[in-house]
Design a protein around this ligand. Structure first.
Ligand code: HEM
Length: 406
């Protein structure tokens, strides 16, 4: 055990990290929550879009299928973009584990990208063809895409889980003493964990539909009967979905290695309790509840899941002598400052402007005119982008000139 710990510590980036490792850990947890929120929404929306497509003869279902096909289309792009951030943070503090896991299943890591491209193309084909009078066979594209999305989740899961088992890496690398560099196997899959995280797609699309029904209240083209249909369906999916997800979650608790003490860790049980509470609460909701509240509460549950995953990782790796707390730190304040200024300025202001604009224009039927505050936000976003671009170039040129002189 100690040997693999020494090796893992030696595999760390000699440049160290530019700030406290805990900072990167926190950023990883936050950004992964966002990633998995869109993974769940996409899986739920695509699954329900297919179901609705096959039931399109019944009132409202064809419309719902078309809407959810669009939701899943946007969801995939967001889950990809939001997957990049935790990927970068994982690589900063868990680089030995992430790279070892990826290399041990190299073919799958590459197949992940190819299958995701094929899946997205298939979903686009379905999106293009899924309109009134659509032929039945176009559902095949959707099924292929959905199956590949699930496969991609499985690859992501195996890469994440293999990270936690450094004691087995040598055996996977050279089974029976013979080196196997093919990377052709997914070496470890923890089914309850995978099924649990994927099953959250069901409540995700449920809470989405409740928010959707609320969002379109001011628009006459989303008539009350359709909105009520979406809201009631969403409530049912959310309450049943949370209850169903509890089963693999509990199974996951009990397959935790006995020596780790994780099976009785309070955070794992807090997550199980949160799922149960969400199941009961959403079952009791009526039309008077604000439609965004279930979605906000669900996001808090995902935050708890993200923390729980991180606790499992920290406990599992500590047993092998790996802790992020002793990762060499070489502070780089200008870069750290630039990073946070970008996050707040560009992410907050420019991203905030787009969100407000999209939110408000989507709720308006017909022509949308931005009010004074939104216009002000838009101008501020342009100014911030200008400053950011100028700082980016000035800082880069200054470093380049200084290095050339020295
Ligand atoms: C359809 C596509 C995808 C699905 C279904 C999916 C699903 C998942 C799931 C289920 C996990 C959790 C695995 C576990 O904890 O057992 C996960 C983790 C993760 N995913 Fe995705 N994902 C997808 C695409 C992506 C993409 C495109 C990226 C990067 C650009 C990405 C980055 C990550 C990262 C960084 C983690 C955490 C790894 C770690 O903790 O070390 N994912 N994903």
């Amino acid at each position: 055990m100690a040997d693999i710990g020494t090796i893992m510590n030696a595999m760390r980036d000699p440049a160290g990290v530019p700030g406290s490792p805990v900072l990167f850990q926190a950023l990883m947890v936050i950004t992964w929550s966002l990633h998995i929120a869109f993974v769940n929404l996409t899986l739920g929306a695509s699954g329900l879009a297919i179901f609705a497509f096959h039931n399109r003869g019944k009132p409202h279902w064809a419309r719902l299928s078309i809407t959810l096909t669009q939701v899943a289309k946007v969801g995939v792009s967001l889950l990809i973009v939001l997957g990049v951030a935790p990927l970068l943070f994982t690589q900063v503090i868990y680089d030995p584990q992430w790279y070892a896991s990826n290399v041990l299943s190299g073919r799958w890591a590459i197949a992940f990208i190819l299958t995701l491209v094929v899946a997205y193309c298939c979903w686009f084909a379905f999106y293009y063809a899924n309109r009134e009078g659509a032929k039945k066979h176009i559902g095949l594209y959707a099924w292929i895409a959905f199956a590949l999305f699930c496969l991609d989740g499985l690859i992501m899961h195996a890469l994440s889980y293999q990270e936690l088992l450094p004691g087995q890496w040598m055996h996977w690398y050279a089974p029976g003493g013979v080196v196997d560099t093919s990377g052709a196997s997914l070496h470890a899959i923890q089914w309850p964990r995978y099924i649990f995280i994927m099953s959250l797609g069901l409540p995700a699309v449920g809470v989405f539909l409740m928010a959707y029904a609320h969002y379109f209240e001011p628009r006459e083209d989303h008539e009350p009967s359709y909105r009520e249909f979406a809201r009631a369906l969403g409530r049912r999916l959310a309450s049943r979905g949370f209850t169903i997800a509890l089963v693999p979650m509990l199974a996951w608790q009990f397959v935790q290695p006995a020596a780790s003490g994780l099976a009785w860790h309070p955070v794992g049980w807090a997550l199980a309790a949160a799922l149960l509470a969400m199941g009961i609460w959403t079952a009791r909701l009526d039309a008077t509840t604000h439609g965004y509240r279930p979605a906000a509460a669900s996001f808090a549950v995902l935050g708890l899941l993200a923390v729980w995953r991180e606790i499992i990782r920290a406990v599992s790796l500590k047993r092998f002598g790996y802790e992020i707390g002793n990762y060499p730190v070489h502070p780089d304040w200008p870069t750290t400052l630039l990073f946070f200024a970008t996050l707040v300025g560009v992410g907050g202001l420019v991203g905030g402007f787009y969100l407000v604009l999209l939110y408000r224009s989507g709720r308006t039927q017909g022509h949308y005119t931005a009010d004074k505050n939104v216009s002000l936000l838009g101008s501020a976003a342009i100014v911030v982008l200008g400053i950011w671009t100028a700082v980016f170039f000035i800082y880069g040129i200054a470093v380049w000139v200084r290095n050339s002189i020295i």
